[in-house]
Design a protein around this ligand. Structure first.
Ligand code: ZN
Ligand code: ZN
Length: 338
C-alpha cells in the first residue's frame, strides 16, 4: 500500500550525517514486501546504482535493524532474512520448504497462550517467534498464492474491520433484544439508544471497509491474516443468546450488557495498544473508546435502576414505580458519547 515513508532523519543516530547512499538503500528496502536476504537486497540496490558496495548495503541493513526499521528473521536456511517493520504489523510465519515462500499471519490465541506460559513461569517475554514449516497451498495446488500483490498491513486492516463489524452487529442484536424484554421504560430507552448507536457505528465501519476494498480489488478473497477465535462471531453474541433465557429481568440484562461492553472494551484496547502503527490499530483504539462510553452509560443506568428498585415499596406496581421523571430520564440517557 502506498504509504508515506517514515521520517528517517528522526531515526538517524545523533551526530551522523545525512547520507544519500543510505537513503537510497533504505528506500529500496522499504518498497519490498517480502523477506529479503542481504544478497537479495544487494542485487536490488545494484540495479539502482551499481557503484554501491556490498559492504555499504550490509552496514545499512544492520543500521536499519538497530534503528527498528528492519526486522531480522531466521527461517532456518542458514542465513538471515530481513523484512521492514514500517507499518508492518507484528506477525508469525508459515514457511514453505518447497518454494521458500513465507506467509504472514497473527493469532491472538497463540499470543494469549505464550503470555500465559510466560506468566506462569515468571518469565518476562520480549519477543516470540512462531514459524510453521511445510508445503504451501500454491505448491500443493499449483495455483498462485492468494497473498501475492497485497500487503500484510492491508490484510490486517481488513481483518480488524471485520472483527469490529462483527462486534457491532452482535451489539446491535443484543441491545435490540434487551429493549424488547425490559419492563422498565427508562431501560428500554437506554437500550434503544445504544442499539441506534451500534447501528450508526456499523454504518461508519462498513463504509470504511468499502473504502479499503478500493485499494485492492481482490482484498475480500485473500486469506485471513488476523485470527481471533473468540471474537470472530462478535463479542456480544454469547450475551445476546443469554438474553433468550427464560425469565431474564432488567437487572440481569444490564449485567450481561456491562459484561459484554467491558470485555469488548478490554479486548480492543489491549490489542489496539499492542499493534504497530497502522489502520488496524486505529480501528481497534477508536472502537475501544466507543465501547468504554457504552460501558460507562450502562453502569450509570444499572445503578440508577438499583436505586429506583430499592426505593420502590414492596408490592407496588412495577411500571409505576419505575417511571422516571422526564428531566432525570433525559439527562440519564444522554451519555457523554458522540
Ligand atoms: Zn510453496
Ligand atoms: Zn514476515
Amino acid at each position: 500500500m502506498p504509504t508515506a515513508l517514515p521520517d528517517l532523519d528522526r531515526l538517524r543516530p545523533a551526530g551522523t550525517k545525512r547520507s544519500s547512499k543510505r537513503d537510497l538503500i533504505v528506500n529500496v528496502f522499504l518498497r519490498q514486501e517480502g523477506h529479503l536476504s542481504a544478497d537479495d537486497l544487494v542485487d536490488l540496490i545494484k540495479r539502482e546504482d551499481h557503484r554501491l558496495s556490498r559492504a555499504t548495503v550490509y552496514r545499512t541493513l544492520q543500521w536499519m535493524v538497530d534503528a527498528g526499521v528492519a526486522r531480522k528473521v531466521d527461517f532456518g536456511e542458514g542465513r538471515f532474512r530481513f523484512e521492514h517493520s514500517y507499518r508492518h504489523p507484528r506477525h508469525f510465519h508459515l514457511i514453505c520448504k518447497e518454494c521458500n515462500r513465507s506467509y504472514e499471519f497473527l493469532s491472538s490465541d497463540i499470543e494469549a497462550l505464550v503470555e500465559e506460559v510466560a506468566m506462569a513461569r515468571g518469565f518476562q517475554a520480549r519477543q516470540s517467534v512462531v514459524q510453521i514449516y511445510g508445503t504451501c497451498e500454491a505448491c500443493l495446488t499449483g495455483r498462485p498464492p492468494a497473498e501475492e500483490g497485497t500487503t500484510s498491513e492491508l490484510l490486517f486492516a481488513r481483518d480488524a474491520l471485520r472483527i469490529a463489524i462483527a462486534t457491532e452487529r452482535s451489539g446491535l442484536d443484543f441491545y435490540t433484544r434487551a429493549a424488547k424484554i425490559t419492563k422498565d421504560r427508562r431501560g428500554r430507552s437506554v437500550f434503544l439508544r445504544l442499539a441506534e448507536e451500534e447501528k450508526a457505528h456499523l454504518g461508519t465501519l462498513e463504509a470504511r471497509y468499502q473504502k479499503l476494498l478500493e485499494q485492492d480489488p481482490l482484498l475480500e478473497s485473500r486469506p485471513t491474516f488476523l485470527f481471533f477465535k473468540g471474537a470472530a462471531n462478535g463479542l456480544f453474541a454469547r450475551g445476546a443468546d443469554e438474553l433468550l433465557a427464560e425469565g431474564i429481568n432488567d437487572r440481569e440484562a444490564y449485567r450481561i450488557g456491562i459484561r459484554c461492553e467491558r470485555g469488548s472494551h478490554r479486548f480492543f484496547k489491549k490489542y489496539g495498544e499492542r499493534f504497530e502503527d497502522s489502520e488496524g490499530k486505529q480501528v481497534f483504539l477508536e472502537f475501544a473508546e466507543e465501547e468504554r462510553e457504552h460501558l460507562e452509560l450502562l453502569i450509570r443506568e444499572y445503578r440508577a435502576l438499583l436505586r429506583r428498585q430499592s426505593q420502590r415499596k414492596p408490592g407496588s406496581a412495577d411500571r409505576r414505580a419505575s417511571r422516571p421523571k422526564t428531566r432525570a430520564s433525559r439527562s440519564a440517557v444522554n451519555p457523554t458519547s458522540r
